[in-house]
Write a protein that binds this ligand. Structure first.
Ligand code: KIV
Ligand code: ZN
Length: 396
């Protein structure tokens, strides 16, 4: 395909900030113990994420200890602790990340009119003051401070510029723009980031943090990058508050597969993706839906005869990425009533029944279709039973 492509982005490297252990753990019903958190953190480091948000240390002594252990034991990524814009939170976060090789404090305050008036009961001026104090206090503990404007996408853009400039002057190096309630659209997100990029100093790293309430978290994160974001906050399997967060594996594989369009790159080792997904699903107790992109059971399974025939001839006919690229077994042909003769013969060959005469395969194929109609999916044992049963082809 030779369609005109946009020019390659300046500075194409996107930092992946994984918040599986913080926002992901905020999924209803999920509570991870220290050994589980540590195992996930090591897996995230092997995956190659740039930042691990290890928890919210003020939430409980257990959370603080969980973040501390990760800070002590996991090397490679930046280890971040979340803190609201107040002294107690920031001190807890500072204590928790103290032993990290690369510690970060991530502090936030809400900036939308509804949050400021109804939740914080603060005037905008007071919110800016709190943000500045929080960033300054955080900077007294660590060099790397991230500031977030909670509910940014429902905030006044001019107010965002005001508070972000103040936070940067106070010492924040990363400015995060959360779509806290999953309300924004890709177009809005791209424009907001382009606007902020133009308004803030060049050295600031803009970050997106999208929730999936309208199913647009991944699209919004990618749009943010197009607008100028160079850090994306996301979780494995997209777990998180309510409908979840932007899913790491979808963003990374979108950039990987459509590099021709986006031109972005991440430091993620894609072959570690599936292992990380399985681990998070098992330890969090949150199953992955079968049709989930990249990591779902069906993501690389072909059922229809037309597709199976195509894939047997050339995988690229129906596969835009290889299963092996994300650390999975090669794509599977699922045998069912939609399967065609080519896939049926291949399945028999794979089971060791090579060289069966054509008329026999034809006969077995008819019986296989009858069985598939009754049973749905057909497994290897069903095929063996078919072949090993009375195998004489009826003479007509
Ligand atoms: O969704 C959100 O606004 C958050 C912030 C704390 C970054 O998770
Ligand atoms: Zn969030």
């Amino acid at each position: 395909m030779t369609q005109p492509q946009p020019p390659a982005p300046v500075n194409p490297r996107i930092r992946i900030f994984d918040t599986t252990l913080r926002d992901g753990e905020q999924s209803p019903g999920v509570a991870l113990g220290h050994p589980q958190k540590l195992e996930i953190a090591h897996t995230l480091a092997r995956l190659g994420v740039d930042v691990i948000e290890a928890g919210f240390p003020i939430a409980s002594p257990g959370d603080l200890e969980g973040v501390s252990r990760i800070a002590r034991e996991v090397r490679g990524p930046i280890i971040a602790g979340l803190a609201r814009a107040n002294r107690a939170d920031i001190e807890a976060a500072a204590q928790a990340v103290e032993a990290a090789e690369k510690p970060r404090i991530h502090t936030f305050i809400a900036t939308s009119p509804i949050h400021m008036a109804k939740k914080l009961n603060l005037e905008p001026d007071a919110v800016v003051e709190r943000a500045v104090q929080a960033v300054q206090l955080a900077r007294s503990f660590v060099d790397d401070v991230e500031f977030s404007a909670e509910d940014a996408t429902r905030s006044e853009w001019e107010f965002l510029v005001r508070i972000f400039k103040a936070a940067v002057e106070a010492g924040a190096g990363t400015i995060n723009v959360p779509d806290t309630v999953g309300y924004t659209t890709p177009k809005e997100m791209r424009e907001l980031f382009a606007f902020l990029k133009g308004a803030l100093p060049e050295h600031v790293i803009l970050s997106s943090h999208c929730h999936d309430d309208l199913g647009m978290a991944v699209a919004n994160s990618i749009a943010a990058a197009e607008g100028g974001a160079r850090q994306i906050e996301c979780t494995i399997n997209g777990i998180g508050e309510r409908a979840g967060n932007a899913s790491l594996e979808e963003i990374v594989m979108a950039f990987h597969t459509r590099k021709d369009v986006y031109g972005f790159e991440t430091g993620v080792r894609t072959r570690e993706i599936y292992r990380a997904s399985r681990l998070v699903s098992r330890l969090s107790g949150m199953p992955v839906q079968p049709n989930k992109a990249v990591v779902g059971d069906n993501a690389f399974a072909h059922e229809s005869g037309i597709h199976q025939d195509g894939v047997i001839k050339a995988r690229e006919t129906y596969e835009i990425m290889n299963a092996e690229t994300v650390g999975r077994e090669a794509a599977v042909l699922v045998m069912g009533k939609h399967s065609g003769r080519a896939a049926f013969r291949k399945a028999l060959n794979d089971l060791g029944y090579e060289g069966l005469p054509d008329d026999k395969v034809q006969y077995l194929f008819g019986r296989f279709k009858d069985l598939a109609d009754r049973k749905g999916q057909i497994y290897a044992d069903d095929l063996r039973a078919l072949v090993d049963a009375r195998t004489d082809v009826p003479q007509t």
